[in-house]
Design a protein around this ligand. Structure first.
Ligand code: ADP
Ligand code: ZN
Length: 723
């Protein structure tokens, strides 16, 4: 038998299929070890055939790895080919999406773990001055058999000594690593509300593949997802459930674990390679039938899918930022079609693009307009920060917010303060009138460029001079970015010395369970106020929270991104949704320098429909997506000369496409990338806006051709970030 093998080396030069002799019982999708260029490298069988044109005397044989099951199933192989073709990336790179690293590199190790336990009575042990050993032995006395890895971390070196002394025996046992033991809690089953019942029914009976579940925060979307998953499970079918950032949603995880036990497998980047492998393998063998994870879980190896769910479908994390830069929705749709199952998108604030497709009838549209607790959505009051500044209040807290905070604390409720700081905003804002510098032709905020001391539009490349005073009011208090969470927490502590304050941002959350610990503490009411960034906006359900403060609501309005209005609306809705989820009515104080802003007004009124109408007509007028596609070709390399050389090749070829098919382009321009060097790499870009995406494959082809060993050429569609 001859096998067509992809070797797992992700470079352009090896990106082809190689023929090898193989065993007659080989199966497509199996992992092999193949002699290649004087080395033995991992690979995968893509196809099998009887004969080959390759000269027999040169043909080598591959070694079949015995995994019990081929690593890749038929659907995955097919999907991999589609993705490779669509994004023009080396095949090996696509295959990596489907496999945990341990599988790929062949380090699939025995899942054995060492455990230690005392083997003589603690009282008979002698420690002398060995404090660590004593502590370790005490730990074992109190906790019984314990994982050696844990002991070694806690009490370095002590274990070995205890073993030598004959106090401890170490045994090896096969384990299935269970990464989320700590999350377990009781299973709460709800009787579905009428809205929920209707949603489940529609998903099951509507003929369209894509079902958009547009439900306000607290309307009980999760229960709809869980019901759908449970129904699939009962029919022996599997499901994929995607959430934006899995480490931020421990509550969701524990709920899933409680309901589905070991039928659920959790895939996420915080797991160790071994843990991830175990979870993946449980899915591959069918032992677990529910995959839960962030975007990459869409590649979970299951067969017979009954439903795919994408929660918070509007979230930016669903687009990959490394090659292949796939869009999770596109992959999910392919899988849903292959399996003839439904793809459910859920959100309180669907992206304009998705919502348009639902309104146009391409997707089904299911609404859940009421909260489960039948309470109104929390009232949002606007605090005008320009007035505060004029009145001499330069602190980060408005009077209104302080009043509400005091009330909240005195009533023994909890508050969440949200700081709108995604990345670093380099936009200029006038603190006196709220003016923000914008591009005259694109209506997006300009970004300050330190190196050239000017303001630039990231969409058309227009340059503007720096401002010394506000063009609207003449004010001199121009500011770039506000304060960080750390400052806020410190200021807050000064204001309320007895309040217990927790902070959650990238600095305070490390490790797999860092977020979880903070959220757990807050959930157990061990703190009164939680201060945080975007991380605290998502899906949390804290019944005692009755106040949400949004400290700088307009900050994200001014990111130089055509989606910044949409992002702001989504953020405000999401964060506000954390307030008043149980018995008590909730309140939200929204602080802004731009109180008349239409987006904020729509958000305060929870008027999604109004916002959407305004947004979609603006997008149409400006020819932004979904009425066009923005494409950026990014050329990066360490050597400026070589990078520039490649840019020229790419540019020349793209320009040819542009001249030949100019009717498909709305915009075509070359310019230096906004950030010239990132991590020592020179960056150049060609920016395009397409009215007709039929040239897209050609653009990808040009870039795939131009890619060299030293220079990376990548294509981004509707990039979230143009820096
Ligand atoms: P969403 O995801 O739409 O914001 P959740 O799914 O988090 O809303 O649900 C909000 C709250 O309502 C949760 O505390 C959940 O446990 C509760 N809940 C959901 N469905 C029901 C139901 N049918 N009966 C009672 N409580 C429910
Ligand atoms: Zn512009």
């Amino acid at each position: 038998m001859i096998a067509e093998v992809i070797v797992d080396i992700a470079s352009g030069e090896t990106d082809r299929i190689y023929d090898y002799y193989c065993d007659d019982n080989a199966v497509v999708g199996s992992r092999v070890r193949a002699p290649f260029g004087g080395k033995i490298v991992p690979g995968f069988i893509m196809r099998l055939k009887e004969t080959t044109d390759y000269p027999k005397e040169k043909l080598k044989g591959v070694f079949l790895c015995d995994d019990g099951l081929p690593a890749l199933n038929k659907e995955c192989l097919q999907l991999a080919e589609k993705i490779t073709a669509r994004y023009r990336v080396p095949k090996a790179l696509t295959l990596r999406l489907f496999l945990p690293s341990e599988m790929r590199t062949g380090k699939v190790r025995e899942r054995l773990r060492s455990y230690a336990q005392l083997c003589i009575p603690f009282e008979d042990m002698v420690f002398g001055r060995a404090k660590k050993q004593r502590a370790a032995a005490e730990y074992l006395r109190d906790n019984g058999k314990t994982d050696c890895a844990l002991l070694n971390a806690e009490f370095p070196a002590a274990l070995k000594e205890l073993e030598k002394k004959g106090y401890v025996v170490i045994t090896k046992e096969q384990v299935l690593r269970d990464p989320y033991k700590t999350l377990d809690r009781e299973n709460v089953l709800h009787v579905l509300s009428d809205d929920q019942k209707r949603a489940v029914q529609t998903v099951e009976t509507d003929e369209r593949t894509v079902q958009l579940l547009h439900g306000v925060t607290g309307s009980g979307k999760t229960e709809v997802y869980l019901t759908l998953i449970a129904k699939c499970l009962a029919q022996g079918k599997s499901s994929i459930f995607l959430v934006p950032e899995i480490s931020l949603t421990p509550q969701m995880l524990s709920q899933l674990r409680a309901r589905f036990g070991r039928n659920a497998a959790i895939l996420h980047s915080g797991l160790s390679a071994g843990e991830r492998f175990d979870e993946w393998w449980r899915l591959r063998t069918g032992e677990a039938k529910i995959a839960i994870g962030a975007r990459s879980a869409i590649f979970a190896p299951m067969e017979n899918l009954g439903v795919i769910i994408i929660d918070e479908e509007h979230d930016g994390s669903y687009v990959s930022e490394t090659a292949p830069r796939y869009n999770t929705f596109d992959v999910a749709l392919l899988r849903a079609k292959y399996n003839r199952c439904k793809l459910v998108l859920g959100s309180a604030t669907p992206s304009a693009d998705t919502y348009k497709r639902a309104k146009d009838g391409e997707f089904s549209l299911i609404r859940m307009d009421k909260r489960i607790n039948k309470k109104p959505l929390p009232e949002i009051v606007i605090a005008d920060m320009r007035r505060e500044v004029r009145k001499g209040n330069n602190s980060a807290f408005s009077l209104a917010l302080k009043e509400e905070l005091e009330k909240c604390l005195s009533e023994d409720k909890q508050a969440i303060l949200f700081l709108n700081r995604r990345g670093y905003s380099q936009t200029v804002i006038c603190k006196e009138c709220g003016y923000v510098a914008k591009c005259r032709s694109c209506d997006v905020s300009l970004t300050y460029h330190r190196d050239e001391d000017c303001l630039k539009c990231h969409y058309c490349g227009a340059k503007y001079g720096m401002l010394s005073a506000c063009p609207d009011c003449g004010g001199k208090k121009l500011s770039y970015a506000g304060t960080g969470t750390q400052r806020i927490a410190a200021d807050l502590q000064k204001l309320y010395p007895t309040a217990r304050i927790l902070r959650m941002d990238n600095d305070t959350t490390s490790g797999k369970e860092g977020h979880y610990k903070i959220l757990k503490q807050f959930g157990e009411k061990k703190a009164d106020i939680l201060v945080g960034t975007q991380m605290i906006a998502k899906g949390h359900d804290f019944p005692s929270v009755t106040l949400v403060g949004i400290l700088d609501a307009d900050m994200s309005l001014h990111f130089s991104d055509y989606r910044s209005r949409e992002r702001t609306f989504q953020l405000i809705t999401q964060v506000s949704g954390r307030s008043g989820r149980a018995e008590e009515k909730g309140k939200v104080v929204l602080q802004t320098f731009d109180p008349e802003n239409e987006v904020l007004r729509f958000a305060c009124a929870y008027d999604y429909e109004g916002f959407y109408q305004s947004e979609i007509s603006l997008r149409a007028a400006m020819a932004f997506p979904p009425f066009s596609k923005i494409v950026r070709v990014l050329v990066t390399g360490e050597d400026d000369g070589k990078t520039l050389e490649t840019l020229k090749t790419v540019y020349f070829e793209l320009e040819r496409l542009y001249t030949e098919q100019s009717e498909k382009f709305l915009f075509f321009n070359k310019m230096r990338s906004p950030i010239k060097r990132i991590q020592n790499k020179f960056r150049y870009q060609v920016l395009m806006r397409l009215s007709d995406t039929s040239v897209l494959p050609q653009i990808y082809a040009v870039c795939a051709e131009a890619r060299t060993r030293d220079v990376l050429v990548s294509v981004e569609e509707n990039p979230a970030n143009l820096s």
